[in-house]
Design a protein around this ligand. Structure first.
Ligand code: RTP
Ligand code: MG
Length: 142
């Protein structure tokens, strides 16, 4: 499988619970490397631009209110099949439906406050990585 990059966000609920390190540990144990990272306080424009694909959805305003409710930790994960691997580690969007042992099953409490974001395709990953990071801010593993 190809080496890929994917964009991961630890959302305000998980940052507030002080579990950034525990979530990073899951990425690393699964063979994903953190090749860029920053903590950011999103505002309505930056969160709305990031989730522009959901603009017409009924949950959009709640999603933006939640994503701007506190700081988020944004990182680029690199590794074999990184996009799908990160989605597997995250679990289903609704934590009530997430498999045991996934990040959302263990750290999230609702579909709104669901702990993490992960790109859903290599195309989304390319757009989302570029949304937060310049090429010079990414440090690939040799
Ligand atoms: P994410 O983009 O945050 O990684 O989550 P996802 O791919 O698993 O889910 P997506 O369909 O992209 O939805 C983005 C976020 O919007 C909230 N949502 N609420 N109430 C609802 O029906 C609903 N559906 C989605 C979730 O917080 C989801 O993570
Ligand atoms: Mg999504």
């Amino acid at each position: 499988m190809a080496i890929e990059r994917t964009l991961s966000i630890i959302k305000p609920d998980a940052v507030g619970k002080n579990v950034i390190g525990e979530i990073y540990s899951r990425f690393e144990k699964a063979g994903l490397s953190i090749v860029a990272a920053k903590m950011v306080q999103l505002d309505n424009d930056s969160a709305g631009g990031f989730y522009a694909e959901h603009k017409e959805r009924g949950f959009f305003n709640d999603l933006i209110a939640f994503m701007t409710s506190g700081p988020v930790m944004v990182q680029v994960l690199e590794g074999e099949g990184a996009v799908a691997k990160n989605r597997e580690l995250m679990g289903a969007t609704n934590p009530a439906e997430a498999d045991a042992g996934t990040i959302r099953a263990d750290f999230a409490k609702s579909i709104d406050a669901n702990a993490v974001h992960g790109s859903d395709s290599t195309e989304s990953a390319a757009r989302e990585v570029a949304y937060f990071f310049s090429d010079a801010e990414i440090c690939p593993r040799g």
